[in-house]
Design a protein around this ligand. Structure first.
Ligand SMILES: Nc1ncnc2c1ncn2[C@@H]1O[C@H](COP(=O)(O)OP(=O)(O)O)[C@@H](O)[C@H]1O
Ligand SMILES: [Mg+2]
Length: 178
């Protein structure tokens, strides 16, 4: 998959997250799961394959919904750090055993559901999300602990920021002109 060339364009993080949020809002409401969204104003614009990032984010949200009980809560947030843009999907649903956590991004991996419950699934959602983020030279981390719940975080390097990427493109163009 690493040989795929990305069709990159400007991606507004705020828009990406709100669109994903609206896509699950009704289903969450039907199960009395509260979804909150926190995106700081003036997040930078990424130069990325927006449709693919949306698939990655959708897969995390889908899981947060699917592996949570009625009455739960899901928090979606974005943060800009010195080096990264981090998008987090947090839920207070079923926990993932420490021994399963290193495997959740493996193809076809599915953990045992809490109390033996296990909704249908193929075990491909996180594999795909991880591949997509890796194509953007990023990574996804998982943490799952009593009290803290589940946190899936997409870490994207700031080299994906639109102004940096444009700079890169200009450098390539410059070197071709010589
Ligand atoms: N938010 C979550 N809460 C609890 N378990 C999760 C969560 N996300 C993923 N998992 C676990 O990781 C497994 C792999 O997820 P995924 O690749 O999306 O496959 P699928 O959802 O089809 O089983 C799931 O089967 C589930 O056991
Ligand atoms: Mg899934």
């Amino acid at each position: 998959m690493n040989s795929i060339r990305l069709g990159r364009s400007r991606v507004n993080i705020d828009e990406l997250m709100h669109d994903a949020f609206h896509a699950i809002a009704r289903r969450a409401q039907a199960r009395s799961i509260r979804v909150t969204m926190c995106v700081p104003a003036a997040m930078p614009t990424l130069f990325a394959e927006g449709d693919l990032l949306r698939v990655a984010l959708d897969n995390l949200l889908e899981n947060a919904l699917r592996y949570s009980d009625k009455g739960g809560r899901i928090d979606v947030e974005a943060e800009e750090t010195e080096r990264e843009i981090v998008i987090r999907v947090c839920d207070d649903g079923w926990l993932i055993e420490p021994s399963d956590q290193p495997h959740v991004f493996d193809r076809f991996f599915r953990a045992n559901g809490s109390g033996g419950r296990r909704p249908d699934g193929l075990g491909l959602g996180l594999y795909l999300a991880n591949e997509i983020v890796a194509l953007h030279a990023g990574r996804i981390t998982v943490s799952s602990a009593p009290g803290a719940g589940n946190v899936f975080a997409i870490h994207l390097s700031k080299s994906l920021l639109a102004h940096e990427a444009r700079h890169e493109a200009e450098l390539v163009a410059d070197s071709r002109q010589r």
